[in-house]
Design a protein around this ligand. Structure first.
Ligand code: PPS
Length: 307
């Protein structure tokens, strides 16, 4: 809790300089300028072999997976997992905010391994140390249309990311890979082709929705853990959308309005598969699908846009 207080105080102090930060590029990938300005330090980060990485394109199910992993580590102990907000318990490696807010690396440096680390970096930008040290890596992918819709609403309420602008233009920016952290298409393909060679557990948001218990067990087994059935059941319950939506340690309500304005859109917004259908017009959907075929044809990644 002490960390949470100091984090909030730091955000208040940084409030004056908080803004929608422009994007700059690293190896063709658009990232917040503050990240790019400290890129050498981020690329040089060396994890411990016991550290675990949760990698995603933004809005693919990161927070959900982080909560499952933390509960597995703590054997279903809900109180232990309420010790601090998600972003303090499992730092966002590359994030850099105005001082005095601690960066992801600052937070990581205060923690002893084994740590659970979040990243949105595409495969080619993940610090090499993760592969050299054979860290466990969980990748979560979400179908493009729902991922895009979720990102659109997030960019409306996240006051540190570029303005999303009108919906139609946002679709085009997504297609062209111009949003923060770059191309969704390159992201999901980058980890997919490396999953076997690098021992990456590649999960789908849609599978987690369809059968959360099955996916919790997959994560648990990948982590080399074995928990009794009743504990697994409890983890599934504690990581349901409704429970996480009400939990201040997972719903991002500990961040002030100057960072995430939840009166515009909730962080825990819908949590559904197929919500894209109430956003895309028939012609937008058709054009998106045509381009999708062009960018993803032959990739062989079994995405589902409805259950
Ligand atoms: S972030 O900011 O990139 O870390 O966001 P991320 O956590 O990856 O994605 C947020 C979306 O995931 C939904 N979510 C969940 N869905 C189902 N069940 C659970 N438990 C859950 N937790 C988070 C969240 O609602 C966002 O999706 P949308 O579609 O916007 O609701």
């Amino acid at each position: 809790m002490a960390e949470e207080m100091s984090y909030s105080a730091a955000i208040e102090e940084a409030g004056q300089v908080m803004c929608r930060f422009p994007l700059k590029h690293v190896d063709g990938v658009p990232l917040m300028n503050l990240i790019v300005d400290r890129w050498d330090e981020i690329a040089a980060f060396t994890p411990d072999p016991s550290d675990m990485l949760i990698a995603t394109y933004p809005k693919a199910g990161t927070t959900w997976t982080q909560e499952i992993v933390d509960l597995i580590i703590h054997e279903g102990d809900a109180e232990a997992c309420r010790r601090a907000p998600t972003f303090v318990r499992m730092p966002f490696m590359e994030i850099v905010s105005p001082r005095p807010i601690p960066s992801g690396l600052d937070l990581l440096n205060t923690m002893d391994p084994p740590r659970v680390i979040k990243t949105h970096l595409p495969f080619k930008l993940v610090p090499k140390g993760f592969w050299e040290n054979k860290c466990k890596v969980i990748y979560v992918a979400r179908n493009a249309k729902d991922n895009l819709v979720s990102y659109y609403h997030f960019d409306r309420m996240n006051k540190t990311q570029p303005e999303p602008g009108p919906w139609e233009g946002y679709i085009q920016k997504f297609i062209r890979g111009e949003l923060a952290w770059g191309s969704w298409y390159d992201h999901v393909k980058g980890f997919w082709v490396e999953r076997e060679r690098r021992n990456i557990l590649y999960l789908f948001y849609e599978d987690m929705k369809e059968n959360p218990r099955r996916e919790v067990v997959r994560i648990m087994e990948y982590m080399g853990r074995a928990l009794p059935d009743d504990v697994i059941d409890r983890i599934v319950e504690l990581t349901s959308f409704q429970v996480m939506k009400e939990n201040p340690m997972t719903n991002y309500t500990t961040l002030p309005k100057s960072v995430l304005d939840q009166s515009v859109s909730r962080f825990m917004r819908k949590g559904e598969v197929g919500n894209w259908a109430s956003h895309f017009s028939p012609s937008q959907s058709r054009e998106f699908d045509e381009d999708y075929e062009h960018q993803m044809g032959g990739a062989g990644i079994p995405f589902r846009t409805q259950l």
